[in-house]
Design a binder for this molecule. Structure first.
Ligand code: HSE
Length: 393
């Protein structure tokens, strides 16, 4: 028998509205009772009496048994979700930063209070990757999980490569379409896909990592010379988070732009679409493709979590119990393309081998192998004007 759910929402932005549109089309055992919002003067599509600015109107309402948290302030979201879980309510969240940053505490709270927090909508929008990692790949040995996890960056890159749009124009479009975060640096700087990668690592490998320890470099320093270079060699540039087992004891995790050839399945993932590529010991390669941002696609994942709560579904974090000796490592070499200005950066990165080097007055690049740990150590110098780094196979 499914449980009757009475929902209290926090936030009514792009995803909140998208989710509400979906709920209206269903005849489920669900009631939406209250929306807590920050800006009471904003024009809303629903009757004013449904809205309040008082969090306690939801958190202290004994009739509301399920909290749907869809705000973008990660600290406030953690406060809301942890209070909800502690007061015996189940919760659904789409806040990747909040979940990635507080995962250990959130798991402990769920265990202590016997409540459930689901967050499929936080990772790759409509793609059901978390539940698949939890349930379907429960006993699979996962060699790697990688892909395109950020709709906004992918939208921008697609518009640049396919339509010759300027970076700033494409970013503005991604914002206008409701794909980008309120602070778009989170998208284009590779932070948002890093939070998603950290969440994936917990369900794929049982590793709970502080996102600050994971390398993320985004697409915000991309210049016309990099685009020209990529085009001449028949590459596209994609922003790719990677989690990969390098042996049976260590996993590497990083987010970097990558020069991909048409043979790469991610080459044709365009606009706000995401793709998750799973490489497993027995199932071999599998690919999940779907919209990674937007109200309805993300709302559909949140909806699926809500309906799972009608049956008291909980993540069991099974991989963590078996993770045992698996640890996070940054000691691994990758091949990169690096556009730079100051030769000192080349020394600092300590390339172990160099396959190509090009100097011109206004464009210098090097292709070679570097240790991930060295990239992480020099992240600030790499993340500065005049420098762009991308993995190259
Ligand atoms: N800003 C995010 C993106 C929204 O562009 O992918 C979905 O998480």
């Amino acid at each position: 028998m499914s449980k009757q759910l009475t929902l209290g929402f926090f936030g009514f932005g792009v995803v909140g509205q998208g989710l509400y549109d979906i709920i209206k089309t269903k005849h489920l055992n669900l009631t939406v009772k209250r929306f807590v919002i920050k800006h009471p003067d904003k024009k809303r599509t629903l009757p004013a009496e449904l809205f309040t600015t008082d969090p306690d109107a939801v958190l202290q309402d004994p009739e509301i048994n399920t909290v749907v948290e869809l705000i973008d302030d990660a600290d406030a979201a953690f406060d809301i979700v942890s209070r909800a879980l502690r007061s015996g309510k189940n919760a659904v969240s789409a806040n990747k930063k909040m979940i990635a940053t507080h995962l250990t505490e959130l798991i402990a709270i769920q265990q202590q209070y016997g409540t459930s927090l689901l967050y499929e909508g936080a990772v790759c929008g409509s793609i059901p990757i978390i539940r698949n990692l939890e349930e379907y790949y429960d006993n699979e040995l996962l060699h790697s999980v990688s892909g395109i996890f950020n709709g906004s960056s992918n939208y921008i890159l697609s518009k640049i490569f396919n339509e010759d749009l300027e970076y700033g124009t494409a970013l503005k479009q991604a914002q206008d379409l409701g794909f980008a975060e309120t602070d778009p640096t989170l998208d284009v700087g590779g932070f948002d896909p890093k939070f998603k990668l950290a969440i994936i690592a917990s369900h794929a490998y049982g590793l709970y990592l502080d996102p600050d320890t994971i390398l993320n470099i985004g697409i915000d320093k991309l210049a016309p010379s990099d685009i020209r270079f990529a085009r001449e060699k028949n590459f596209k540039i994609k922003l790719i988070p990677t989690a990969r087992e390098i042996d049976d004891r260590a996993v590497i995790l990083y987010v970097l732009p990558k020069l991909v050839t048409p043979a790469n399945i991610l080459y044709n993932v365009e606009n706000e679409y995401n793709g998750v590529l799973v490489k497993a010991a027995f199932a071999d390669e599998q690919f999940f493709y779907g919209k990674g941002a937007g109200g309805h696609p993300t709302g559909s994942a949140v909806m699926s979590d809500i309906t799972a709560l009608r049956y008291d579904y909980k993540y069991e974090y099974k991989k963590h119990l078996g993770a045992g000796s698996l640890r996070y490592s940054t000691d691994w070499e990758i091949q990169v393309y690096l556009r730079y200005e100051d030769d000192e950066l080349i020394n600092k990165l300590e390339f172990s081998s160099i396959t190509e080097r090009y100097y011109a007055q206004d464009f210098k690049y090097i292709i070679g192998r570097v240790n991930l740990g060295n990239i992480l150590k020099n992240k600030e110098s790499i993340n500065s004007n005049g420098v762009f780094i991308a993995e190259i196979a």
